[in-house]
Design a protein around this ligand. Structure first.
Ligand code: NAP
Length: 262
């Protein structure tokens, strides 16, 4: 199937490792020119170089924190200047710490809002005018299964990511007339460093072993295993493609069936 992504300009935020990196790779594999960012320069440049070599892709990589609105603005401007616009924007950032409500501090609430909600606002504000000019665009927010089903001890994610879904639906409504499609992708438990962090936190609060926790997460999904970053990335690529041209304002879960609702 031709996804129609050749030469599209794809910006993937927080993409030096995990699901973001798998997404940058999958878009490069489809012939996109890719812009990547993350905070750690060394890890980011090493990931970018591997993608350049493996896919003969044009890659622009710049280290900054996605909670820095000025840095986001400057990055989007540089990407647009180098590549002639921004067609696809995948918003992403590291997940908030695993906490119960009374344990989470006000500073952690503030940080979660900035990292997992406002960063999406910053990117959307900057990329939409470029997409409007071309009458074509895709914004895909990478969030979590928590947008549909709260996860115990992840109150920061459960609460803050719901705001992203409100934003996604609003942007889909407002900019559909400009050919801009806006969707949200929610991974279930996916084998990345973030999941190791969550397993460690859960092990120390429950007294269980980390392997026992991984096994329980896998057992909770009808597919009886964790997801792979590639499986989330390929869903994002499809949503970004010409093949998903009548889908907007939706949340697509990539969770092995873990969501219990209808
Ligand atoms: N893995 C799962 O099971 C799972 C499930 C549901 C939802 N999610 C969510 O999906 C997202 C990606 O998860 P992942 O598992 O791929 O995480 P990961 O393996 O920890 O990777 C996170 C990536 O984001 C970058 N990053 C983190 N904070 C950033 C910031 N403030 N500014 C710029 N870059 C930043 C990291 O690089 P630097 O540290 O160098 O910045 C890294 O490249 C997270 O929000 C996570 O909560 C993951």
């Amino acid at each position: 199937m031709d996804l129609g992504l050749k030469n599209r300009v794809a910006l993937v935020a927080a993409s030096s490792q995990g699901i973001g990196r798998a997404t940058a790779e999958a878009l490069a594999a489809e012939g996109c020119r890719v812009a990547m960012c993350a905070r750690n320069e060394k890890t980011l440049q090493s990931a970018a170089e591997k993608i350049r070599k493996q896919y003969s892709a044009e890659v622009l990589a710049q280290a900054f924190d996605v909670t820095d609105a000025k840095a986001v603005k400057q990055f989007v401007a540089e990407v647009a200047e180098k590549f002639g616009g921004v067609d696809i924007c995948v918003t992403n950032a590291g997940g908030p710490p695993a906490k119960g409500f009374l344990v989470a501090t006000l500073e952690e609430w503030q940080r979660a809002l900035e990292t997992n909600f406002l960063s999406t606002v910053y990117f959307a504000r900057e990329v939409i005018p470029h997409m409007q000019r071309k009458k074509w665009g895709r914004i895909i927010t990478l969030t979590s299964i928590t947008t549909k089903q709260p996860v115990d001890d992840l109150v920061l994610s459960n609460a803050v990511r719901a705001a992203v879904v409100g934003l996604v639906k609003s942007l889909a409504n407002e900019f559909g007339k400009d050919g801009i499609l806006v969707n949200n992708v929610g991974p279930g438990f996916t084998a990345t460093d973030r999941l190791k962090e969550l397993a460690k936190a859960s092990a120390s609060s429950s007294g269980k072993g980390e392997q026992e926790i991984f096994d329980a997460w896998a057992a909770d999904a009808p597919l009886k295993r964790l997801g792979e970053p590639r499986e989330v990335a390929e869903t994002i690529v499809w949503l970004a493609s010409e093949r998903a041209s009548y889908i907007t304002g939706q949340t697509v879960l990539v969770d092995g069936g873990m969501y219990k609702g209808l």
